[in-house]
Ligand binder design. Structure first.
Ligand code: SF4
Length: 283
C-alpha cells in the first residue's frame, strides 16, 4: 500500500468516528467547489463506503465565486444556500477585507471603537500597536501605519462571516446537522492553531486538517479527481479577486481570469483595499 492509499484508508477510519458522535446522517459536507472540499466530495461519493453516500452535500453561492466554481456548486450540491447580505451591503455597513482575516479582525474592532468614540480594549490596542506579547504579535508594519494614519477605509473580517459562515450557521440551526469541513491546517498559521484534531470543540468534523498540499496533489493525480481549470493559474481560490490572496499575487492572477463585468464588480467592491495593497486592475 502506498502513502496515498494508506492516507485514504486512514481517512475512512476517521469518518467511521462519526458513528460515535450521532451518526453519518447528522453531518453534511460543506461544499465550496474548491480543491479541498471537492476531494472530500469525491471521497464520500466515489471512493468510500456506500453508507457515507447519504451525507448531504451543501454549497453556498456567495455571489463571489468564479463561474467554474459556482457551476460545480450548483451541479454537485443537494442544497445550495444564499447569504442574507450582498457584498455591497456588507461594505457599506462593516467595510471590506484587506490585509488578512486575522489582522482585519483586530483592525475592525479598533476602528469600530474609535468610530463610537470609545477606547479600544487593551488587547486590541496592543495588537494594533504591535506590543502584544502572547503569541501572534498583531498586525504588519504596513497595516499599522495605514490604520493609525487616520485615513484608513473601513476594514473588516466580516465579509466571510456574512457571505459564508452566517448562511451555514442558519442552516445548521434549522437542520440540526453539523458540518464536515475541508479545512487544512497548512493553509495559514491561524488555521494551524485552530484545527489540530478531527473534531472541533463544537463537534464540527475536520478530517483533512493534517493533509499536506503534496499528498493531496498525489491523491488527485492517482485517482484523476477533477480539478477546476482556475487552479492551473492560482494555488487557492476563495472568491474572485479577494485581497486575501494578494500576498502570493493570486489576486492579480485571478483578476486576469475573470470577465469584464466580474472585474468591474470586484474592482468596485475591493477598491480601497486594492489601492492600499497596490493591486492594479488592468482593463
Ligand atoms: S474569501 Fe474574501 S471575498 Fe470571499 S467571503 Fe471571504 S473575505 Fe469575502
Amino acid at each position: 500500500m502506498d502513502e496515498v492509499d494508506f492516507y485514504l484508508e486512514d481517512l475512512k477510519s476517521k469518518f467511521r468516528k462519526l458513528k460515535n458522535v450521532g451518526g453519518y446522517d447528522k453531518y453534511y459536507l460543506s461544499y465550496s467547489g474548491g480543491k479541498d472540499s471537492h476531494f472530500l466530495y469525491w471521497f464520500i461519493k466515489e471512493y468510500s463506503y456506500p453508507e457515507f453516500k447519504d451525507i448531504k452535500i451543501v454549497g453556498i453561492n456567495t455571489y463571489m465565486e468564479h463561474h467554474e466554481i459556482r457551476d460545480r456548486i450548483m451541479k454537485n450540491s443537494d442544497i445550495v444556500l444564499f447569504p442574507t447580505m450582498k457584498p455591497m451591503e456588507i461594505k457599506e455597513k462593516y467595510g471590506i477585507p484587506c490585509f488578512s482575516k486575522e489582522q482585519d479582525f483586530y483592525i475592525y474592532y479598533y476602528q469600530n471603537a474609535l468610530r463610537k468614540g470609545k477606547q479600544p480594549s487593551r488587547t486590541i490596542q496592543e495588537k494594533i500597536d504591535g506590543t502584544y506579547k502572547k503569541g501572534f504579535s498583531g498586525i504588519s508594519k504596513k497595516a499599522r501605519e495605514y490604520v493609525k494614519s487616520g485615513n484608513a477605509h473601513k476594514i473588516t473580517h466580516l465579509c466571510c462571516h456574512y457571505l459564508k459562515k452566517e448562511p451555514a450557521r442558519k442552516f445548521e440551526k434549522e437542520s440540526g446537522l453539523k458540518p464536515i469541513l475541508g479545512i487544512r491546517g497548512g493553509e495559514s498559521n491561524l488555521r494551524k492553531r485552530q484545527y489540530r484534531t478531527c473534531f472541533t470543540k463544537d463537534k464540527k468534523f475536520t478530517p483533512i486538517h493534517d493533509l499536506s498540499d503534496d499528498l493531496l496533489d498525489k491523491i488527485i493525480k492517482k485517482y484523476n479527481i477533477e480539478v477546476p481549470k482556475v487552479y492551473e493559474h492560482i494555488e487557492r481560490t476563495g472568491c474572485m479577486g479577494c485581497p486575501y490572496g494578494s500576498y502570493k499575487h493570486d489576486t492579480e492572477k485571478e483578476l486576469e481570469l475573470i470577465n469584464d463585468n466580474q472585474r468591474k464588480f470586484v474592482s468596485e467592491y475591493f477598491k480601497e483595499s486594492y489601492e492600499v495593497l497596490g493591486i492594479e486592475v488592468k482593463e
